[in-house]
Design a protein around this ligand. Structure first.
Ligand SMILES: *Cc1c(COP(=O)(O)O)cnc(C)c1O
Length: 497
């Protein structure tokens, strides 16, 4: 199975090359040249199996240049006993009839990013051995909060890799910041930037595609790769958990093999929901993909009008990992829907970078209206949804609450009773202050982060994961903040070149 680029269809690479390089030379994203299909029999063969077996089977459809032993080594390492707090790795919890929460935050950093970023370092180091052998791989990450920590944790002290993370100084939660600035490991760097996530992301993209930077790395026997969700190695592990969740719904009797489900995803960079789209296209019976946004609702408007317009006010919200106006992975969806017309994608992406907007053609519009539902909600509605859902016995984080709210609205509008999977993307203790405020009528705004954690434990009765509570009192290791134009310099300093 080969991969091509969204901006140049003549590109044909193996999965190892796609994963090792992260992004195609001309700036396009790697996508499967042809998507593998799964049958009801394939799904039946996964029912009753554990997560690792399911993951091996699905990965082997996509990574055909990896041997079975290599896949087994990667998956076994990523989801080894003890790394995730649930033996099921990604458990499905029913919170009301038809409403199933897919808990994707049982990993080391308590966000769904662990699902992919525990696996990516394995996929990448195996890929490097196959393709670029002795080079040191330099991972550059722009993060809206959760990717940074999950990538640092995945890559720390991994041989022949170095990792540098940039985060928006005022755009992450105190817990997220502390998780990153206290990161351990001998191959890691962390730097704040003056700007928002889109600045961090476009800064990283600019460094990636700058030939002068590439040359300097080459001289030092290094090469860049990406741990952002533009890397195919980030997306493929995410397809697995949607297939796995479908199997779990069969296992617990909620559906029969072949029944349709809906999938709701709180969306930022469009990686997680794109993985759900791929699962659908492969053959998982999905009725609607429901895209949930916070006040940064550029995608809601897009799925209603077919026009992408990022020229709007940027809001800093209580769901910071979704504070994004340029959803990079949308490019992959458009490539598939427009008949893989790379010239058209180049035009639209050029228009996006020059004018901040583009409008897709009628053919793509028809398909997105059919495949997707979209909705958004503000912080106040998010808080109210957390309060209501908590009254019914389940504590949501702010991101998942956006998804639950948008799903509730969808059910109200359509009356659709189809069994639905709601992707839950973070543990509530990553955003303690906002979650506490939602369920407690007292004003706790004077309390510091860990006092909020204490109060939330008392108020909710839900335990705080040890990997978060143990950060209390830990001294930050990385305190630098640079401007967008100095990001390349910060990278050189970290690499010592
Ligand atoms: C990254 C993240 C999201 C958004 O996921 P995308 O794949 O970027 O759409 C949502 N919620 C949380 C908690 C996240 O960390």
């Amino acid at each position: 199975m080969l991969y091509t680029s969204t901006r140049d269809k003549s590109v044909k690479v193996t999965s190892a090359e796609a994963i090792a390089h992260g992004i195609s030379k001309e700036g396009g994203l790697f996508v499967p040249a042809e998507l593998p299909k799964i049958t009801p029999e394939f799904i039946a063969s996964l029912v009753g199996k554990d997560y690792i077996s399911r993951c091996e089977k699905v990965l082997s459809l996509f990574l055909t240049d990896y041997t079975a032993e290599e896949i087994s080594y990667c998956v076994g390492g990523a989801y080894a006993k003890g790394k995730f707090s649930s033996e099921k790795i990604a458990p499905v919890k029913k919170i009301a009839e038809g409403k199933n929460i897919l808990e994707l935050w049982c990993g080391p950093t308590c966000a769904f990013k662990d699902m992919a970023l525990q696996l990516l370092p394995y996929l990448l180091t195996v890929a490097a051995k196959k393709t670029v052998s002795d080079k040191t791989i330099v991972i550059l990450v722009a993060t809206s909060g959760d990717t940074g920590k999950a990538a640092l944790e995945g890559f720390k002290d991994v041989d022949r890799t170095k990792i540098m993370v940039f985060y928006p100084n005022d755009g992450v939660s105190p817990m997220q910041k502390l998780q990153m600035t206290t990161q351990e490991g001998n191959n890691v760097g962390v730097c704040a930037i003056d700007g928002n996530f889109d600045d961090a992301q476009s800064g990283v993209k600019a460094i990636f595609t700058d030939p002068a930077v590439a040359e300097k790395l080459e001289k030092n026997n290094m090469m860049f790769s990406s741990a952002n969700s533009i890397n195919w190695g980030r997306l493929v592990p995410q397809i697995v958990y949607y297939i796995s969740a479908y199997c779990d719904l069969i296992e617990n009797g909620s559906i029969k093999n072949g029944d349709e489900i809906n999938i709701v995803v709180p969306t930022g960079n469009f990686g997680n929901i794109l993985a759900a789209y791929y699962a659908k296209q492969m053959g998982v019976p999905v009725k609607k993909l429901i895209c949930a946004s916070n006040a940064n609702n550029v995608l809601t408007d897009f799925f209603e009008s077919g026009k992408y317009d990022k020229n709007r006010k940027f809001y800093t919200t209580e769901s910071p990992s979704m504070d994004i106006l340029i959803s990079s992975n949308l490019e992959r969806l458009l490539f598939h829907l427009c008949g893989e017309d790379d010239a058209l994608i180049r035009d639209w992406m050029k228009s996006l970078s020059e004018k901040g907007e583009y409008e897709v053609n009628e053919c793509v519009k028809k398909q997105i209206f059919d495949l997707f539902e979209a909705g958004c909600c503000n912080d106040e509605e998010t808080n109210r949804t957390i309060a209501e859902t908590f009254k019914n016995g389940y504590l949501l984080d702010t991101h998942t609450a956006v998804a639950v709210k948008v799903y509730n609205d969808y059910v109200k509008k359509t009356g659709d009773k189809t069994q639905t999977i709601i992707a839950s993307t973070a543990n509530p203790y990553k955003f303690s202050a906002a979650v506490l405020k939602s369920i407690d009528s007292k004003d706790n705004s004077g309390a510091d982060e860990f006092e909020q954690v204490e109060l939330l434990i008392k108020e909710s009765g839900v335990p705080c994961p040890p990997q978060l509570s143990s950060l209390r009192g830990k001294e930050p290791r990385f305190t630098e903040c640079c401007s967008k134009k100095d990001m390349a310099k910060a990278v050189y300093t970290m690499l010592g070149i």
